[in-house]
Design a protein around this ligand. Structure first.
Ligand code: IVH
Length: 722
């Protein structure tokens, strides 16, 4: 680090001279040296000296300033934290308004924007762009006069903001003075320069701030952005310094020239030559000592910018700070004036917004549905919102117990969440936003489908579930049971969609799964949407499904808590459905992954007379419940049996699903979230919060190469074919 002999010599010179001979020039040299080291540390991420070197020189500078208060330079690192807290922030006017950005949510909207630009920039056939991450923080305007930071202000209403200079000075990566760089490549610094930056708090820092607040019984910050906003509005700069804000710059304007003490707007562009492109400007900012937005790309076309957008969609998960989109900006600065601004946003930039996985919306109604097992499922009907790329207006509340626990009321503002491929669910009620006309939701007394009186399941004096007891006759239950039966992970029968099943029920042609196997092509022909060929094919598909694996059949029976995974382990142990039918609680509970709840559900299911009738009926149409689930091989222990993995990020050689299947084939279990029971997290490119969680719980993290060596183990286990 400090192996540079010239540097050490300089330092020794300063060290020797300062205490005894605190000349003004030695002091000035000390300050600029400290700033150079700080820049190397905080901005370039390439420390030049050890911390104690820095501290020693800092102490000398501080001592000198105490003896010579009149020497203190504004850019001295001692000036980063002021002594006295402020009593209020001054409102200040921005030299040019801080505009907002227009948003695009898809490629078409971006294209429309480019088309408009092409018209406005008349003649320009191709436009180059800079695409960069949109940082989810707060906008800052930094003003430098003759290279010295004189004012930092928040956005405010765009025209007027608050003077937060004292707070912003605590941000180590913001230069108090733009260093005079001796290299000729460094562009000259304009007399009057405005730099635009985004202030934020990285996730890790945010978490430790909240941990500390929790310990001190202080209210927690909702997210890093709120934490940054709260910090920037602190009157005591010492607190701000502690929170360690960060700032990333993305643009600058040459505001004008200084003549004597008079500043002039540089409308004539006669002053200091300024870079011609945004990309060059950003390089200049780096050379001037600023921390420039680190994730960005110079693009020759909008297609290239689009590629960057799609690539960053998952990659951004592993960034240390929050981002909510990509800003695409015209690279040629000369075009900025030509295309101009709308009332609120520049025309030369567009923010592409990633669709959030979580959003707030209003609850308009609750629909009570009847599930396969007769349990009532409340479904929230909401004002449509865009979530994870699609419009969502319905979300599950799972069961009436959970609905009451969440305390939702009609017209409440609710937070909904949708992760890829998962049914949207209502996460919580934003109680503080509850409208005065919110209305309690009454629980139904009768089944919405068959009007049978509902049975309440009560635990500890609270209703946890409402169930329709009419399991054989309730049309809604029959319909969902049939839908489940023909589904992809069950008997996988093509040609029987929701609408067809509905017609079959209405016509009383099918009342149980067994009835499907008695259907004739003629009967189907009588339904809407069937022709001779399709009726024939559907009947064939139904008959072929008799040969499906017993695991699928067991899953299709719809025992509560028995999904395809559990069905697999159950038949792995008991061989056939006939044998499973006879299994006792104790035997069931010895199965890996089967606890008392599942064991009880299995015992209860097979004990019901309806089940016995159904199984007999299914046998009569051709099902063989003595059929053994097929073994893949006969080795006694699968190599990964008992191991639980979580997958995150993008793998290069296969999709996460494929990796999951391969691990499962080796006996491992795959779950969605990291917990203390996780054996290891397998992380591809761009894994995000799961990585942090694994780190917190000290769960090992495996990369793709390590995954490969896991998978290279002998694929001999006693897994079954599903
Ligand atoms: S360019 C008109 N680039 O987003 C101002 N803005 O919604 C041109 N922001 O006020 C802004 N990251 O605070 C730009 N890479 C980025 C950004 C970015 C975050 C903020 C900025 C602006 C707001 C507009």
């Amino acid at each position: 680090m400090s192996s540079n002999p010239a540097l050490t010599e300089q330092l020794q010179f300063v060290a020797r001279s300062l205490p005894w001979l605190p000349t003004h020039s030695a002091y000035c040299f000390g300050v600029s040296q400290l700033n150079q080291w700080a820049n190397a540390y905080y901005v370039l991420d390439a420390p030049m000296v050890e911390d104690d070197h820095y501290d020693a020189l800092y102490q000398m500078v501080l001592a000198t300033e105490e003896n010579h208060p009149d020497w203190v330079l504004p850019e001295s690192p001692t000036q980063r934290v002021g002594d006295e807290p402020l009593t209020t922030f001054q409102t200040v006017e921005h030299p040019q308004p801080l505009l907002s950005l227009e948003n695009a949510f898809n490629q078409t909207e971006l294209q429309t924007w480019e088309n408009r630009l092409l018209k406005l920039s008349n003649g320009m056939e191709t436009l180059g762009y800079v695409a960069e991450m949109k940082l989810d923080g707060l906008a800052l305007s930094l003003i430098y006069e003759k290279g010295v930071l004189v004012r930092a202000a928040t956005r405010g209403n765009g025209k007027m903001g608050e003077d937060v200079t004292a707070n912003v000075k605590t941000i180590r990566s913001i230069p108090l003075k733009i260093p005079v760089n001796p290299t000729t490549e460094t562009p000259p610094v304009p007399d009057w320069l405005e730099v635009r930056a985004e202030v934020l708090i990285p996730f890790k820092r945010f978490e430790s701030i909240n941990t500390e607040r929790l310990a001190n019984n202080e209210p927690l910050f909702a997210n890093p952005r709120n934490a940054a906003a709260g910090t920037l509005r602190q009157l005591d700069a010492k607190i701000v310094a502690n929170r360690k804000l960060e700032a990333y710059c993305f643009a600058a304007t040459n505001l004008g020239v200084l003549e004597g003490t008079q500043l002039h707007f540089d409308d004539t562009e006669l002053g200091t030559p300024f870079p011609e492109t945004l990309w060059q400007l950003q390089s200049a900012l780096t050379a001037w000592g600023f921390n420039v937005n680190p994730v960005r790309k110079l693009c020759d076309s909008l297609d290239e910018a689009w590629a960057f957008i799609t690539q960053q969609e998952s990659a951004r998960e592993s960034l240390p700070f929050a981002t909510d989109g990509v800003v695409v900006k015209v690279n040629n600065l000369a075009l900025y004036k030509q295309v101009g601004n709308t009332a609120k946003a520049p025309r030369w930039a567009m923010a592409y917004k990633y669709s959030p996985e979580e959003a707030e919306t209003t609850l308009e109604a609750i629909e009570f549905n009847v599930g396969r097992t007769g349990a009532i499922t409340p479904v929230a009907i909401m004002q449509p919102v865009i979530l994870a790329g699609s419009t969502v207006s319905r979300a599950s509340l799972h069961n009436v117990g959970l609905m009451q626990e969440k305390g939702v009321q009609l017209r409440d503002v609710v937070l909904v969440r949708k992760a890829a491929e998962i049914i949207p669910e209502v996460m919580q009620v934003q109680v503080e936003k509850r409208p005065i006309d919110a209305e309690r939701i009454a629980l139904p007394t009768f089944c919405p489908s068959c009007q049978t009186e509902l049975v309440a399941k009560v635990e500890e004096d609270r209703i946890v579930n409402l169930v329709c007891p009419n399991s054989l006759g309730c049309p809604a239950q029959l319909q969902t049971r049939l839908e489940h039966w023909v589904g992809k992970k069950c008997l996988d029968i093509d040609g029987l969609g929701e609408a067809t099943l509905d017609q079959l029920l209405q016509a009383s042609l099918v009342l149980s799964p067994a009835d499907l196997y008695r259907l004739t092509p003629e009967q189907l022909l009588g339904l809407e949407g069937f022709a001779e060929k399709s009726a024939q094919k559907t009947v064939e598909a139904i008959q072929v499904s008799l040969q499906q694996s017993p695991i699928r059949v067991l899953h299709a029976l719809g025992i509560s808590s028995v999904g395809i995974e559990t069905a697999t382990v159950l038949l792995e142990t008991f061989g056939s459905i006939d044998r499973l039918k006879e299994a006792k609680m104790e035997a069931l509970q010895t199965v890996y992954g089967v606890g008392s709840i599942v064991a009880q559900a299995v015992v209860d299911y097979f004990a019901k007379p309806e089940t016995q009738a159904l199984l007999a009926d299914l046998s009569s149409v051709g099902f063989d419940f003595s059929k053994q689930a097929q073994l893949l091989s006969h080795s006694d222990n699968a190599p990964l049996l008992g191991n639980v993995y979580v997958l995150t990020g993008t793998l290069e050689s296969m999709t996460r699903d494929e990796a999951g299947e391969k691990l499962k084939a080796l006996g491992a279990k795959i779950t969605n979230s990291v917990s203390k029971n996780t054996t290891a997290l397998i992380a591809g490119e761009g894994g995000g919060s799961k990585l942090q969680k694994a780190e917190k719980l000290s769960i090992p993290v495996l990369d793709e190469a390590e995954l490969m060596s896991l998978l290279a183990q002998d694929n001999i286990d006693k897994r079954l074919t599903v």
